[in-house]
Design a protein around this ligand. Structure first.
Ligand SMILES: Cc1cc2nc3c(=O)[nH]c(=O)nc-3n(C[C@H](O)[C@H](O)[C@H](O)COP(=O)(O)OP(=O)(O)OC[C@H]3O[C@@H](n4cnc5c(N)ncnc54)[C@H](O)[C@@H]3O)c2cc1C
Ligand code: SF4
Length: 507
């Protein structure tokens, strides 16, 4: 019986479960549909990446002899369901539908309605591109009142054997996080990532995006990311050789006009299926065993993939759909418009947002400790902040974006994902970057016209949320420092913060 196989824009992996059993009469469907292109206002570069990678993947499948039906954006197909229904109508020989489960809750829910609506058998296969399957994560989470990435990560190290000597972690320590926090001196030059010149297919997509998504963030004509598995693997191997040796030391560092530093810029490839997580981690493990990279770099990188990436995915599926509604700190301040246009006098924010606009990318510490930290301490609306992160990054898909934004950056889940809010004053930013040297604001000041906004907002955040956070063991030192200030100083700081919050747009 001939079947229809639907492949999503983030399922562009030859080893995908639904591509393992394709017969000569089966038809593979890829579709650029309105609902997916518009559920948030995606960055132009993100749309180019996904549409171009889909078109290249379709070409690879055709070259391998498969029958492929491709619906492009200009056909204005409303949804994936419509794309599937139309394809069945035009191909009455097709008897059933096969899909690999969607990575996002929203789509997976929609898939479960397909069988009744289509009146055809629908098979939904598990997505085994992730290392921990749903049942493994559920077993790990079962009975725990608190989830902590570190314990999950150790289990994943044992399970995969990565950086292990028998049952023990290589080097005797599970985690070299403390060795990942060096400042990056100005004489350390970070090699550029490996860029790709757009080919004819990508050029066509760039033209489409320029016309159809003209009012979205970014400039499609600057696109230079990989759009095939082969090019993405080359980009990763380039990182392995050029950046990974120093990735460990400078993982948390930030520098003016240095967008990528020693980061891999691979999340967007990994999330749409152009790279395979196991392959990447094995390459890193091998590089360490061959003495090509230090342990703090290899461990730091592998922790991000088999630790954080798998952990947030597990939590997402464990806690959705309620998770999406959480707003523990009851924040509701609207997102200031500079998040969209980047025009702010706060140099750190300007840099992080400029990277976002120019590249649909910023590295983790920008997302967490600059734009995320500001959103946290200013009490910005959780939904608006989440929508922003989901729109502006090329790697943004809800399963990974939501736990990172709502849980890690905004503490809106009340501590499910992180044991304390990642709130920081300007001090942290000064320590980890050179931004404060060229800022209109003075990082040493908390009140007055020149004071760094992060300072008063940080103290105000603690004071404002004392009833909810005052008992958090990891915040005791911060609260002690706050309580040690005399009342007059506290009042001045709170007044400054109140003024900042009224004038966020002018910062
Ligand atoms: C508020 C916020 C929102 C985020 N939204 C996304 C998102 O939409 N999509 C996304 O892929 N990542 C997201 N992250 C995680 C992380 O910032 C990005 O994965 C990383 O910056 C991508 O750049 P890179 O490939 O150069 O990463 P590297 O620093 O080179 O890290 C290597 C890889 O580890 C993985 N990784 C690292 N940290 C995390 C993490 N916290 N969660 C999941 N995977 C991780 C990524 O796959 C990444 O490619 C978010 C983080 C925060 C704080
Ligand atoms: S002074 Fe404050 S606002 Fe300016 S760069 Fe430093 S931390 Fe950012």
């Amino acid at each position: 019986m001939a079947k229809l196989i639907l492949i999503l824009g983030d399922q562009l992996s030859p080893a995908l479960a639904s591509l393992r059993d394709v017969g000569p009469d089966d038809l593979i469907l890829l579709a650029e549909v309105n609902a997916e292109a518009h559920y948030v206002k995606h960055h132009q570069l993100k749309i180019v990446l996904i549409f171009s990678a889909m078109r290249h993947f379709a070409q690879v499948l055709r070259d391998q002899g498969f029958q492929v039906h491709y619906i492009d954006y200009l056909q204005q197909t409303p949804s994936l369901y419509d794309a599937v229904a139309q394809t069945f109508s035009a191909n009455p020989q097709l008897q059933s539908l096969v899909v690999t489960e969607a990575a996002e809750y929203r789509l997976q829910q929609e898939f479960t309605t397909f069988e009744a609506r289509l009146q055809k058998p629908v098979t939904i296969l598990e997505d085994d591109r992730f290392i921990a399957d749903h049942s493994m994560f559920q077993r790990w989470a079962h009975g725990r009142t608190q989830f902590r990435m570190e314990y999950f990560y150790r289990e994943m190290r044992r399970y995969t054997g990565l950086l292990m000597e028998g049952s023990q972690p290589c080097g005797g320590q599970w985690n070299y996080d403390a060795d990942n926090r060096r400042q990056c001196p100005s004489d350390v030059i970070a090699p550029a990532p490996l860029w790709q010149q757009p080919d004819a297919i990508t050029q066509q997509v760039i033209e489409l995006v320029k016309t159809e998504f003209a009012d979205h963030m970014g400039d499609a004509t600057t696109f230079q990311y990989a759009v095939t598995g082969k090019a993405a693997r080359s980009a990763f191997l380039h990182f392995l050789e050029q950046q990974l040796p120093q990735f460990g030391d400078y993982q948390d560092a930030m520098r003016t006009n240095d967008t990528f530093l020693f980061h891999s810029v691979c999340s967007m490839y990994l999330n749409i299926g152009l790279l395979d997580a196991r392959w990447m981690c094995q390459k890193v493990d091998q590089a360490w065993r061959q003495n090509k990279v230090p342990l703090n770099a290899a461990e730091g990188f592998i922790r991000q993939i088999i630790g954080w990436r798998e952990y947030v995915r597990g939590l997402y599926w464990l806690l959705m759909p309620d998770y999406q509604q959480r707003n523990y700190l009851e924040t509701k301040t609207p997102l200031p418009s500079f998040y969209w246009h980047g025009k702010t006098q706060m140099h750190c924010m300007q840099q992080a947002i400029a990277d976002t606009i120019n590249h649909a990318y910023s590295h983790h510490i920008h997302r967490l400790m600059i734009t995320g930290n500001f959103a946290l301490i200013a009490g910005l609306d959780v939904q608006e902040v989440s929508d922003w992160y989901l729109s502006v990054y090329a790697d943004a898909f809800e399963w990974v974006e939501l736990p990172n934004t709502l849980g890690m950056a905004l503490f809106a889940d009340g501590g499910v994902l992180a044991s304390k809010p990642y709130a920081a004053s300007g001090n942290y930013i000064q320590r980890m970057s050179n931004y404060c040297q060229s800022c209109r604001y003075n990082v040493k000041l908390t009140v007055g016209d020149k004071a760094c906004p992060f300072n008063a907002l940080y103290w105000d955040f603690l004071a404002r949320n004392e009833n909810k956070l005052g008992g958090n063991a990891r915040l005791q030192l911060a609260y002690q420092q706050w309580r040690r200030k005399n009342e007059e100083t506290q009042q001045q700081i709170l007044a400054k913060a109140a003024d900042l919050l009224i004038h966020l747009e002018q910062l």
